[in-house]
Design a binder for this molecule. Structure first.
Ligand code: NOJ
Length: 962
């Protein structure tokens, strides 16, 4: 028949079409789901979800079997102790020691253990050497803050039958109401309940029991499905589970809260979704099991490389949080209920958010924070787990990375090209190929014959080098480091106590066990200049693959029955594994040679709570797609509110080649990541900014320069994070906690409290961006001062490809350095510009923090910390730092660093015609004047005034009268 092709041709056409389609949509698909467990494939998750379903189905006929034994309750010095009894049968009750501590910081801590295991009265199967206790050492890696018990916490005299009440917190406004049977706790602030433990009855601590083989043919007759109790197999790997089932789980409800945030790392929205199915929801719980997930997918609760089990619940007028301190595999289900008005979309309606936490092993150990502000949560959490490290100044500038710069000459060439095209950068990175055959601490002699020469060239413009050092050590007898690792017995063991061998970049590898204090000492020794030859003091470290990633291991990591120092099973410590390595590397970099103490810089892929004290993180192997660019914003924001603000994503996307548009937009977004680094996979085309055709090259250059211009503001923000935990880039709810319409907004961000608000363009072909304004303050376009005003709505801001859309909120003073340089190190002595953005009252305020950006001298007063104020036509600079032994000497070094320019946005019209201002500087013989130019407003753009060279010292006290 005419028009009909023979079947074979049709098939070929169809096949070609399928292949073509595959190529077109090839990017961005492809996570191998079969390599990672779903909840139903993870025995304990499945069991606990089933348990929760069962409890919910039984409704009021169900009674949780946990009861706090009345006679055991004892309260003293801010701490309650007692024993929870878990009823198994009329004859059998399992004893679970309970400790509730009320801390001076206002946090409360609840710990539940298992007596039998504490006492070592259990038997392990398979002659295992593993520890018998539930893992109780995690505090050592995570908690640095004061756990001092509150002296003011008191047992309430009005305790009703069946309850014990403790008043605690600031002015005893908090209350913990402990219900004895079934056991549960309600946490109240000012008489209102904010957090409920075991309110739904999902508390489940799988107690130890011996394996009793059921007589043949009667398996399952006892009612319990034991199929995952004693052994679990996944992807061909069998976990021997020498202690049998041992999970801990509990429901935590936030009554009246519609939004929960936190529990990174997931490629998902900032406001966490429900996880029990339904439109727009997930079907799976959020998982935290640090993993190397190849080509990870977006909008997913799948686990990624790091985890921080801190969740905060937010509603108008209140933020509260819980921190679930457990390093084992953990899943969290989220369900919301009870919105009185479904059309309210959570605004105004009353919703309860219920979370269900499930961990495979360990104790129940959780902290409750009662807020009431988002800042209170990040502060109290930071007090506990440590604030972010104040990084070296170079670390907050631009980093240039790819897998790989192939020779030392290549590195030098890239370095020269940045200069040739006048693009600033501070750090160039070397991925694994610099090593000799993937042996860390060595250089490939063919491709990097002269690393010192290369580092010296970088140093000429104050630039640094970061090299990768992974935790897997090539298993090769003639490699000294491998020999030492084995002969000194410092490696992680398999379940039989032999050195564990797995497959990673170098092929057969062993893993340094940083749980072992001797291994830490050894690791530190490897970084000494005489050991790690070819490295100068401008070399810093990247710890990658530290989940750990094991190519042939279960779920691309180590078997759970592997053993670490002290015979803790890998199962117990998995999520903290990554930071044990980073800790050791941190100590190593602190003092590479005696007396040379400087702030370390380490980038880590795997992390846990506490990582903020020692490292920066990035979101791992993303892809060069618009969707990956978009998700990087909520991911970075989420890390910030979870106490780990030094975060970024690979600019340009790791896998595949970005279009010029995408790359350009990625730089414009990337300048807002606290950690700003471009990186690319080995198979991608080179994409250093100077290689990109015009006009993109210039546009990218301008955005990098913008980051450099604002470095004083960034460094001030890092300082603030390092002393009180506030995120460096902040989401809408954090800045406007009372504006309900903004709570779920996660595609725009504020830079600390500079008032700078940006919404990066993350879609193709878009030339405007709609920025949501919560308040009625005036906002000004960063470049041309166009005014936007109007609360509770979106404003369309032009964003053609050459423009980074940024608004400045009225009321702030933004410190800048406007002279373009090759690196941030070369800007050290440059003068400042202050941008004074007046608010509706004609006032503004801002801060600046400066130190040497390198040493720890700031701890002894070697810094400048100023508050600038504009009020009643006067700009003043006031000292808000405190003095130390090094203050005077430091100020002397800074004496010549001056303010060279003031830009006042939206000045009063009366200034028209004014041509000078009066400068009064403390210590100066007489007042002086500086010239001022006034520019009136026009076409929706605010007017501005420029004061040229007021020449006030940045570290001095002064005022300028207008
Ligand atoms: C995995 C890291 O995520 C990636 O950034 C790096 O380039 C490769 N490992 C090679 O080291």
């Amino acid at each position: 028949m005419a028009g009909t092709r023979p079947p074979s041709t049709r098939w070929t056409l169809l096949l070609s079409l399928v292949i073509l389609l595959g190529c077109l949509i090839g990017h961005g698909v492809a996570v191998k789901h079969e390599n990672f467990k779903k909840c139903s494939q993870s025995g304990f998750c499945n069991r606990n979800r089933a348990f929760a379903d069962d409890v919910s189905a039984k409704g009021s006929s169900w009674s949780s079997p946990y009861e706090l034994e009345l006679s055991s309750i004892h309260f003293k010095d801010g701490q309650l102790q007692g024993t929870i009894l878990k009823t198994i049968s009329a004859e059998e009750k399992v004893r679970l020691p309970l400790t509730v501590s009320f801390l001076e910081s206002g946090a409360a801590r609840v710990v539940v253990d298992e007596e039998k295991r504490l006492k070592g009265e259990i038997e392990l199967r398979h002659n295992s050497r593993a520890r018998k206790e539930r893992y109780n050492d995690i505090e050592k890696w995570v908690i640095v803050g004061d756990l001092e018990l509150s002296k003011a916490a008191t047992l309430s005299p009005e305790a009703a039958d069946g309850y014990t009440k403790i008043m605690y917190g600031p002015e005893n406004q908090f209350q913990a109401i402990i219900r004895h049977a079934p056991f549960g706790i309600e946490f109240q602030r000012d008489g209102e309940t904010h957090v409920q433990l075991n309110n739904k009855g999902f508390l489940n601590l799988e107690h130890w029991r011996p394996k009793v083989d059921a007589p043949e043919g009667t398996e399952g007759a006892q009612g319990d499905d034991q199929s995952t109790w004693w052994e679990e197999t996944f992807g061909g790997n069998t976990d021997s589970k020498p202690r049998g089932p041992e999970s801990v789980a509990m429901d935590i409800t936030f009554p009246g809260y519609n939004h929960v945030f936190g529990i990174p790392e997931h490629a998902d929205s900032l406001s966490l979704r429900e996880t029990r199915g339904g439109s727009g929801n997930h079907d799976e719980p959020y998982r935290m099991y640090n993993s190397d997930v190849f080509e990870y997918e977006l909008n997913s609760p799948m686990t990624l490389y790091g985890s921080i089990p801190l969740m905060q619940a937010h509603r108008k007028g209140s933020t509260v949080g819980v921190f679930w301190l457990n390093a084992a595999e953990t899943w969290v289900d989220i369900v919301k209920s009870g919105s009185s008005n479904p059309l309210a979309l959570g605004i105004g309606g009353k919703t309860d958010t219920q979370s269900h936490w499930m961990s495979e092993s360990g104790q129940i150990d959780l902290f409750v924070f009662l807020g009431p502000t988002p800042q209170d949560i990040t502060k109290t959490y930071g007090e506990l787990t440590g604030y972010t490290q104040l990084p070296q100044h170079f670390a907050i500038a631009y980093h240039q990375c790819r897998w790989n710069y192939v020779t030392d000459e290549d590195v030098k060439d890239v370095d020269r090209n940045f200069d040739k095209y006048q693009i600033p950068y501070d750090v160039i990175w070397l991925d694994i190929e610099y090593t000799d055959d993937r042996k860390y601490f060595t250089w490939d002699p063919m491709t990097f014959p002269n690393p010192i020469g290369m580092e010296e060239q970088l140093d000429e413009s104050e630039r640094k080098l970061v090299v990768i050092i992974d935790p897997h050590i090539k298993n090769q007898d003639k490699f000294t480091i491998s020999q030492e690792l084995k002969s000194k017995d410092l490696a992680t063991k398999n379940k039989d106590g032999e050195i564990y061998d797995g497959w990673c970049w170098p092929g057969s590898s062993n893993w340094v066990d940083c749980f072992n204090p001797e291994a830490i000492k050894w690791w530190i020794s490897l970084f000494k200049y005489d050991k790690f030859k070819g490295t100068l003091s401008n070399v810093f470290i990247w710890n990658d693959m530290n989940e750990p990633s094991v190519f042939n291991g279960p779920e691309t990591t180590m078997p759970k029955d592997n053993l670490h120092h002290g015979n803790w099973e890998h199962r117990d410590i998995h999520n903290v594994h990554g930071i044990t390595l980073v800790n050791a590397t941190y100590d190593a970099l602190l003092e590479r040679k005696k007396g040379e103490v400087r702030r370390p810089f380490i980038l880590t892929r795997s992390y846990y709570a506490g990582a903020q004290r020692i490292s920066a993180m990035w979101t791992g192997d993303n892809q060069a797609t618009w969707e990956h660019l978009a998700i990087s914003i909520p991911m970075v924001l989420n890390n910030g509110i979870s106490g780990y603000p030094f975060a970024g994503a690979d600019v340009g996307g790791f896998f595949h080649n970005p279009s010029k548009d995408l790359l350009t937009r990625w730089y414009q977004a990337g300048i807002w990541y606290p950690f700003f680094r471009a990186h690319a996979h080995i198979d991608t085309r080179r994409r250093e900014p100077y290689l990109i055709a015009e006009p993109y090259r210039s546009i990218i250059t301008q955005s990098i320069r913008l980051r450099y211009q604002l470095l004083p503001a960034w460094y001030t923000a890092f300082h603030e994070a390092s002393v009180n935990g506030t995120p460096i880039v902040r989401p809408q709810y954090f800045v406007h906690p009372a504006d309900e319409a903004g709570f779920a907004i996660d595609d725009q961000l504020y830079l600390a409290d500079t008032g700078l608000l940006t919404k990066p363009v993350v879609s193709e072909g878009v030339v405007t961006t709609d920025i949501y304004l919560a308040d009625d303050e005036k906002y000004y376009d960063y470049f041309d001062y166009t005014v936007y005003q109007g609360a509770g709505k979106r404003h369309t801001v032009p964003a053609p490809i050459e423009k980074v859309p940024i608004l400045m909120q009225g009321g702030h003073i933004i410190p800048r350095k406007d002279r373009p340089r090759r690196s941030s190190g070369l800007m050290k002595w440059d003068p400042y510009t202050l941008v004074i953005v007046l608010d509706k009252q004609g006032e503004a305020e801002g801060t600046l923090y400066v130190d040497d950006g390198e040493t720890f001298d700031y701890e002894r007063g070697a810094y400048i910390h100023r508050r600038f104020n504009f009020r009643e036509s006067t700009l003043s600079s006031e000292d808000i730092g405190s003095k130390g032994p090094k203050t005077a000497a430091y100020l002397k070094t800074m004496a010549d660093v001056r303010v060279e320019k003031l830009v006042i946005i939206d000045p009063p019209q009366e200034w028209q015609g004014k041509t000078a201002v009066t400068v009064i500087e403390e210590g100066a013989k007489a007042a002086s004047t500086a010239a001022m130019e006034y520019h009136g407003q026009s076409h929706g753009k605010a007017g501005y005034a420029v004061v040229k060279n007021p020449n006030t010292g940045i570290g001095n006290t002064w005022r300028i009268e207008f």
